[in-house]
Design a protein around this ligand. Structure first.
Ligand SMILES: CC(C)(COP(=O)(O)OP(=O)(O)OC[C@H]1O[C@@H](n2cnc3c(N)ncnc32)[C@H](O)[C@@H]1OP(=O)(O)O)[C@@H](O)C(=O)NCCC(=O)NCCS
Length: 154
């Protein structure tokens, strides 16, 4: 049945469907769904003057209904920082989880990275976010050897 899932690039007209799906992701899932980012991003994607859909952003749809999305951006290259696609948000309709849709979205990003010779994919998680950790590991992402993140209390 889930062969019916189509993963395709985010289009300008998907913004409302993505917002509405994001709005249905509540509770503990919310903290790791970067609402502010998603809205800022979609406002950019809404700009019809953009010549094409943003790179590295996809929706998963079943019979025309958006059931998942992945937004990423290219970063790095400066100061010797590794170049990579950062997964900024990935989410699947709560009723459609554990059917391989999230992995299909990540696989599409891997394919696009290979086509563009982007060597790595990154994702940052909150510590203790076990489900997201299991998901990322299930998609082949391991703790990074190429990047260290530092912080201090301001
Ligand atoms: C995380 C999320 C995107 C996963 O989407 P999904 O479509 O259910 O994921 P998939 O079915 O493709 O799972 C792929 C693999 O990840 C792992 N996985 C996914 N969700 C998991 C969970 N809740 N617990 C344990 N392992 C999990 C499994 O190894 C799974 O493979 P399997 O089902 O063959 O065992 C979805 O749960 C979600 O939208 N969560 C809320 C938002 C969020 O946390 N986003 C950040 C993720 S980094």
């Amino acid at each position: 049945m889930y062969d019916e899932v189509l993963v395709r690039s985010l289009r300008h007209e998907d913004a409302d469907s993505v917002r509405s799906l994001d709005g249905r992701i509540l509770g503990p899932d919310r903290s790791i769904t970067w609402t502010g980012y998603i809205d800022r991003f979609l406002r950019l994607a809404d700009v019809e003057a953009l010549p094409e859909a943003p790179w590295g952003c996809f929706v998963a749809e079943i019979r025309g209904r958006v059931v998942g999305f992945l937004l990423s951006e290219l970063r790095g290259g400066e100061y010797g920082m590794p170049r990579g696609a950062w997964i900024m948000a990935v989410a699947v309709d709560p009723k459609m989880r554990r059917k391989g849709i999230g992995r299909k979205l990540v696989d599409e990003l891997v394919t696009q990275c290979r086509q563009r010779r982007v060597p790595e994919l990154y994702a940052a998680l909150l510590p203790g976010d076990n489900e997201a950790t299991l998901f990322l590991r299930g998609c082949g992402l391991d703790p990074s050897k190429s990047l260290a993140i530092y912080s201090r209390t301001a």
